[in-house]
Ligand binder design. Sequence first.
Ligand SMILES: [Mg+2]
Length: 321
Amino acid sequence: MVADRRASACNGPGGGRDARRHGPLVPCRRPETLRPVPCSDRHRDRRDSPGGRLPRLPARRLRLHSRPRADAHRLRRGCRDRSGPGRGRAAGARRSGRADRMSRPLVTAGPAIASLEQRSDSLLILDIDEVVLEFIAPFGALLEEHGARLHPESFKLTGNVRSISTGTALTGHELDQLTVRLYEEQETRQRPVAGVSDTLRQLARRTDILFLTAMTPSYYDVRRALLDREGLAYPMIATERSKGAVVAELRQRWRGTSIFVDDLPPNLASVRKSAPDTHLLHLMANDVFRQHLPALPTGARAATNWQEASGIIDEILGAAV
Ligand SMILES: [Mg+2]
């Protein structure tokens, strides 16, 4: 299947076998802002290198679906490093018969990097779930509505969410469906993390700010509306791509100090690998998983709330002056 995916990616627009195998294409709501990027290990490496971008494919080839291919999905599985022979995404897809679904291109929603307004030479890049918007708390509330409860005994959701009445662990599919519902209803369920609005208002005087979320890009519009309503009108990119690859591209425009903030250590590691001069800051608003947090990349700083995060970001920006 990997070979097929590579061949399809190289075919470019029109994609031949891939397009026929996927069937009818589903138009997205904002096709002009979506940029599909073919997925394969080889091409992921190329994208991680500045200048290694693949040609754009036309938006009409997009095919979005309701499965949450997002940081939420990564947390669900527990941030495991699944690299190595027979352990990657492709191998898992072959075992579970999901090869067709897994062969679709990765997509991105939001403004093109070249079109982003640049007022500063420095850039603060923020993940959204558990950094800007609460995720675990509203997810826990949703679980309770469905008769389930989170028991954070390790850094993952799978196996740690159990039926209140029977004690049976919810399946990965059930957790995915609940995540989809949370994203669909995020305007009424997700709230800004305490202190984020005021802190970003202050920081915006010193640095450009960009939201970079691994939320399923088809929910871009509803999240944009939520952020705007809360006074968090900073530009947002929603992507299924490696965050490291995106940050490496951003560094081509913002050559000064860059700071990346995320709650999932693998995303910090991805940025360390692809944009090594970017400062890393771990921030996870909810503390239920804190005692099980995996190791952070060397040199990454950590904060437990926005007051601490603000001090660290101020220090980094101040040291660069
Ligand atoms: Mg997050």
